[in-house]
Design a protein around this ligand. Structure first.
Ligand code: NAD
Ligand code: TYD
Length: 376
């Protein structure tokens, strides 16, 4: 039997990974370790919280003693590490919290796993420490628009897309060049994970994924924030000229990649995860406005006037774009959803789960968990 700690399971991506593992592997024991920061919300896991193979532990990954004791108690054989501070704008205001959780928290988990696994007779055999990271560690790409290629770039199929753009993508060997406190902290944590493999032989894997979208994303991030603002006819703050490019992947496709890589990925390897789906912010915003309007029975495009250009984010990376051909070729992963389908599903989900959204925006969800688990 596998006993797996998933950290950050009450967050956006973590909740999808926990749900997938709990449902798909009833024979595994899944332990969700989450501190329940402002971004953690157990309502994301309501449908699986009673499953017999699931346990929730409210804990801080920086708390080495608790991590070590939990690994001993649960005979942990695998760790899938997603817990992090994840929002770039917050990292600009409060870099210390990012260094603490993303760097020291990762180190605390690594060291606990090292001491626990090295004390076992079989040592690292059958063990795995899988660290989830971001494409933002690679820095920013130039905006290269070959002749005749106009946005939205998503209309191009992946291989054509790649041919059109040549090598101007993040590949697994792209040199790290982080610009924000968030990406600097994630880069640092990636280095620590690789150092634990190289120094102690820990069986580690690192993946770097592009921007995720889908249900249960905290509404400080572009897509859920804008869906909610359009619904309530509130301004949509577009940073700078809205020309920055992000590469969007549906969150369940990321979770499927994590499952595949956890089970079949090669130790010490890095895999980039992305769906060749680049969009300029302003283009994606227009798609979101049209979709929300249509699904709410408004005239499509009626809410374009909510677009409000605001001061640019400091150090705003121009373009992210992932080359995921290694993962596709070696493990046969590919994204399941076309972007148009994914965004329609996503908008529909947020509109159908207004209570989930209202609980967050009103702060109700925090009060509920404060009562259950003590003040955050
Ligand atoms: P999120 O902010 O939605 O969730 C983070 C979770 O971690 C929350 O539940 C929070 O309570 C928990 N957490 C924070 N600090 C903790 C601590 N000290 N101890 C224990 N738990 C703690 O983040 P997300 O968007 O789901 O991202 C998850 C991971 O995936 C992160 O490591 C992030 O860097 C990475 N990632 C995210 C994206 C994206 O587009 N969202 C893309 C690529 C990689
Ligand atoms: P975000 O969802 O914060 O993800 P990341 O910064 O990790 O890529 O932002 C996505 C893009 O949208 C990014 O280029 C910043 C931009 N953005 C806005 O223009 N306005 C907003 O209110 C937010 C939150 C983001």
């Amino acid at each position: 039997m596998k006993s797996i700690i998933i950290t950050g399971g009450a967050g956006f991506i973590g909740s999808h990974v926990v749900r997938l593992f709990v449902n798909k592997y009833p024979e595994y024991r899944i332990i969700n370790v989450d501190k329940l920061t402002y971004a953690g919300n157990l309502a994301n896991l309501k449908d699986i919280e009673e499953k017999p193979n699931y346990r929730f532990v409210k804990a801080d990954i920086c708390d080495f003693d608790t991590m070590y004791t939990l690994m001993q108690e649960e005979h942990v054989t695998g760790i899938i590490h997603l817990a992090a501070e994840s929002h770039v704008d917050r990292s600009i205001k409060d870099p210390f919290t990012f260094a603490r959780t993303n760097v020291m928290g990762t180190l605390s988990l690594l060291q606990a796993a090292k001491l626990y696994w090295e004390a076992q007779p079989e040592k690292y055999e059958g063990k795995r420490f899988y660290h989830i990271s971001t494409d933002e560690v690679y820095g920013a790409l130039e905006m290269t628009h070959p002749d005749g290629i106009e946005p939205p770039f998503s209309t191009l199929a992946s291989s054509e897309h790649h041919e059109a753009y040549g090598e101007d993508f993040f590949v697994e060997t792209t040199k790290y060049n982080p610009h924000s406190p968030y990406s600097a902290s994630k880069a640092s944590s990636d280095h620590f994970v690789r150092a634990f493999h190289d120094t102690y032989g820990m069986p580690t894997i690192v993946t770097n994924c592009s921007n995720n979208y889908g249900p249960y994303q905290f509404p400080e991030k572009l897509i859920p924030l804008f869906i909610n603002n359009i619904r309530h006819r509130k301004p949509l703050p577009v940073y700078g000229k809205g020309e920055n490019v992000r590469d969007w992947l549906y969150v369940e496709d990321h979770a499927r990649a994590i499952d595949l890589i956890f089970h079949q990925g090669t130790i010490a390897e890095t895999y980039n995860i992305g769906g060749f789906n680049e969009w300029k912010n302003i283009d994606i915003i227009k798609v979101v406005i049209n979709t929300v309007d249509r699904l709410l029975g408004r005239e499509e495009g009626e809410d374009m006037n909510l677009i409000t250009y605001v001061t640019d984010r400091a150090g705003h990376d121009m373009r992210y774009a992932i080359d995921s051909r290694k993962l596709q070729a070696e493990l046969g992963w590919e994204p399941s959803l076309q972007f148009e389908e994914g965004i329609e599903k996503t908008v529909r989900w947020y509109l159908d789960h207004q209570e989930w959204m209202d609980n967050i925006t009103s702060g109700e969800y925090e009060k509920y968990y404060d009562d259950m688990y003590g003040k955050r």
